[in-house]
Design a protein around this ligand. Structure first.
Ligand code: HEM
Length: 397
C-alpha cells in the first residue's frame, strides 16, 4: 500500500498555479488521483471527490479550520461551534437541516423567484448606462444581499451592511490568522444584527423565510439559539459566494459574444449555460472534510483525523470525465454533474436559490444588454475559491 509521502505535492503558491489554476489542476487530474498540499490531502479524481463528499467515513473539516485561525473564546467562536458547519454526521445535523432543506429546496426556492425578479429589475434600473461601472459593487454584491433582506424582511438599505459583513466573515477560508480579528468582529456585528431582525419579525411576522423559520422554532423543530445561528449562517454563506459566482458568470458568458447572442435569442439556454460556467469556472475550487476513521483511497492508507480536500476544480477539469475540459461548451451533457455546491448531508443549503438569482441576472442581461462590454476584469484563485477582484462594464441603453 502507498503512503501519504508517496503522493505528488501541489504548491498553491506556485507561479503556474496562480497564473492558470484550472489548466494546472487538469494536468494533475490527468495523471494523479490524489496529491498532497500544505493544507492536507487533495483529491483530483472526479469519482473519488464525489465519494469523499458523500461518504460516511468523512466528516466536517470546519473545527480544524477554526484551530488554524485561532479564533478567541467569545460570541463568534461560540456561534461557530454551534452552527451547522461544526456538526458532524448524525442526528443533530440531520434535524438541523430539515427546516432549511424544506424551505430552500427546489420548490421552496421557486417561491423566491418573484422577489428575486424585483431585486434584479430594481438593481439594473439603478445602474447608469453607457459608461463604465464597477459591476461588483453595483450588481454582484447587491443582488444576493438584497435577496437576503427579503428573506428576513429587513429594509433594503441594510443590504450594504449584509454584503460587507459577509465578505469579511468569509475570510475564515483564507486560513490566514491575520484575518482573525476582522472575522471575529464581523461575526459579532452579524450576531447583534440578526438578534434585532428576529425580534422585529417576532413582533411583525410575515410571509418571508425568517417568519417561516420562527414558526418552525415555535413548533419545536429548532431552539432559539439554532434559529439565530441559521439566520447568521445564511448571511455568512450567502452574499460573498453568490456575488463572486454572479461575477464569474457575467465574465465567462459576456466575453463569448456568440454565446451571449445565442442566450439573448433563447433564454431557455441560460440554465445549461450556467451549469457549464459552474463546471468550467466554479466559485468552489474545493470543499473540506476530515477522515472520521482510517480509510483507504486509491490504495493509499489515510489515517483518522486527516484534513481532506475534494478538489472540485481538478475534478471539473479531469479529462477522463469532461473531455476537452478547457473547451467552454454550453451543450455538454448534464452528467457528470458539477460539484460546485458539494453534496450529501453537507450540501449547500442555498444552491437552488442562488441558481435562480444567477439565472435571472443573466436572462435580464442578455435580453436588455446585447452589446454589454466588459472593460476590466480579473480573477484571484486561492486553493478554496475563485474570486473576482475586478469587474467593470458598460451596459448599453
Ligand atoms: C454560488 C454561490 C454558492 C456556492 C458556490 C456555494 C457553495 C457551497 C459549498 C461548496 C458548500 C459545502 C458543501 C459540501 O462541503 O458538501 C456550501 C455549504 C453551505 N452553503 Fe453554499 N454556496 C453558495 C451560495 C449559498 C447561499 C446563497 C446560501 C444561503 C442562502 C448558502 C448556504 C450554505 C450553507 C448553510 C452551507 C452549509 C451546509 C451544511 O454544512 O450543512 N450557500 N456552499
Amino acid at each position: 500500500m502507498k503512503s501519504l509521502s508517496d503522493l505528488p505535492e501541489i504548491d498553491f503558491g506556485a507561479a503556474d498555479y496562480l497564473a492558470a489554476p484550472l489548466p494546472v489542476l487538469a494536468g494533475y487530474s490527468a495523471r494523479f488521483k490524489l496529491g498532497r498540499s500544505k493544507r492536507g490531502i487533495e483529491i483530483f479524481d472526479y469519482d473519488l471527490c464525489r465519494d469523499a463528499i458523500l461518504s460516511r467515513s468523512f466528516g466536517t473539516g470546519h473545527p480544524k479550520l477554526m484551530n488554524v485561525l485561532g479564533l478567541p473564546e467569545g460570541p463568534a467562536l461560540n456561534y461557530k461551534r454551534n452552527s451547522i458547519s461544526f456538526h458532524n454526521r448524525g442526528e443533530t445535523r440531520r434535524r438541523l437541516r430539515v427546516p432549511l432543506t424544506t424551505l430552500m429546496g427546489p420548490e421552496g426556492s421557486e417561491r423566491f423567484r418573484t422577489d428575486i425578479k424585483h431585486v434584479v429589475n430594481l438593481t439594473f434600473a439603478e445602474i447608469p448606462k453607457n459608461r463604465p461601472v464597477d459591476l461588483i459593487e453595483a450588481l454582484c454584491d447587491r443582488i444576493p444581499s438584497r435577496v437576503y433582506c427579503y428573506w428576513i424582511n429587513a429594509p433594503m438599505a441594510d443590504a450594504e451592511f449584509v454584503s460587507r459583513t459577509s465578505h469579511i466573515v468569509q475570510q475564515v477560508h483564507t486560513r490566514n490568522p491575520e484575518t482573525t480579528k476582522d472575522v471575529t468582529e464581523g461575526f459579532e456585528r452579524l450576531l447583534d444584527y440578526v438578534d434585532t431582525r428576529v425580534e422585529a419579525a417576532r413582533q411583525n411576522p410575515g410571509d418571508d423565510l425568517l417568519s417561516d423559520l420562527i414558526r418552525a422554532t415555535d413548533a419545536g423543530h429548532l431552539s432559539e439559539d439554532e434559529l439565530r445561528n441559521w439566520v447568521v449562517k445564511l448571511a455568512e454563506a450567502n452574499t460573498d459566494n453568490s456575488s463572486h459566482q454572479i461575477a464569474i458568470a457575467v465574465i465567462e458568458l459576456a466575453s463569448r459574444p456568440e454565446i451571449w447572442a445565442a442566450l439573448g435569442q433563447d433564454t431557455s439556454l441560460v440554465s445549461q449555460a450556467l451549469r457549464e460556467v459552474m463546471r468550467y469556472h466554479p466559485r468552489s475550487l474545493s470543499t473540506s472534510r476530515e477522515t472520521l476513521e482510517d480509510v483507504e483511497l486509491d490504495g493509499v492508507h489515510i489515517p483518522q483525523g486527516e484534513a481532506i480536500f475534494p478538489n472540485i476544480g481538478a475534478a471539473h477539469w479531469n479529462p477522463n470525465y469532461f473531455p476537452n475540459p478547457e473547451t467552454f461548451d454550453i451543450y455538454r451533457p448534464d452528467k457528470p454533474t458539477h460539484l460546485n455546491f458539494g453534496g450529501g448531508i453537507f450540501s449547500c443549503i442555498g444552491r437552488f436559490a442562488v441558481t435562480i438569482e444567477i439565472e435571472e441576472v443573466i436572462a435580464y442581461m442578455v435580453t436588455h444588454f446585447p452589446d454589454l462590454k466588459i472593460t476590466k476584469s480579473s480573477f484571484a484563485h486561492s486553493p478554496m475559491f475563485t474570486s473576482v477582484s475586478e469587474l467593470e462594464g458598460i451596459l448599453d441603453a
